[in-house]
Design a binder for this molecule. Structure first.
Ligand code: ADP
Length: 169
């Protein structure tokens, strides 16, 4: 039977995927791909003031994210300042997407999700798990590895590998 959308009940779901993305890794991309399949619109949102001493400027992070998400037509890249819930309301988002890699992520993410729910009960935090090979991967680890001259080839897209190499040498 053909799939039909009931105009009375159908709705378009926007999700926000917030983070520092300093820089974007294959783990982030794994989550973006999963999110883009499920949500109608996915906004990857770089938090301006989250990291005190970022390796890449916000503009550079936007450029890298835009380049590596180009093929997903329902994915956008944006920057936000201040409270995530204010930004999510402004974008009419119903969902905040977050990644859980290991049990160690859980406690912090639970706290944040509960605080965000208290601020805005209408917006739901949805957690997704990356493919197992990315479950140990973080931007922090990638930066450390790059600084020490270690191999980051399978951990970040080629463009990011290039930028990392020229940044840390
Ligand atoms: P933050 O600075 O808020 O931790 P990050 O940019 O590191 O932001 O990550 C943004 C989101 O992506 C977080 O929900 C984080 O758990 C998730 N994430 C980061 N790395 C991975 C990964 N390798 N696999 C799945 N999710 C990840």
């Amino acid at each position: 039977m053909a799939h039909r959308v009931d105009p009375e009940t159908s709705k378009s779901v926007t999700a926000i995927y917030p983070g520092s993305f300093d820089p974007v890794t294959n783990g982030h991309l794994d989550l973006i791909e999963r999110g883009a399949m499920i949500f109608d619109r996915l906004i990857v949102a770089i938090a301006q003031n989250l990291e005190k001493d970022p390796l890449f400027a916000v503009k550079e992070r936007v450029d890298m994210l835009e380049a590596v998400t180009y093929n997903w037509k329902n994915v956008e890249v944006d920057v936000f300042d201040g409270l995530l819930m204010d930004y999510a309301r402004e974008k009419n988002a119903l969902v905040v997407l977050r990644g859980i890699r290991a049990v160690s992520d859980y406690e912090y993410e639970l706290q944040m999700a509960m605080m965000n729910r208290k601020i805005e009960p209408q917006i739901e935090t949805v957690f997704m798990m990356p493919a197992i090979q990315y479950s140990y991967l973080s931007s922090r680890l990638v930066k450390e590895l790059a600084r020490l001259g270690g191999p980051v080839k399978d951990l970040v897209p080629p463009l990011v590998e290039e930028r990392l190499r020229s940044r840390v040498k």
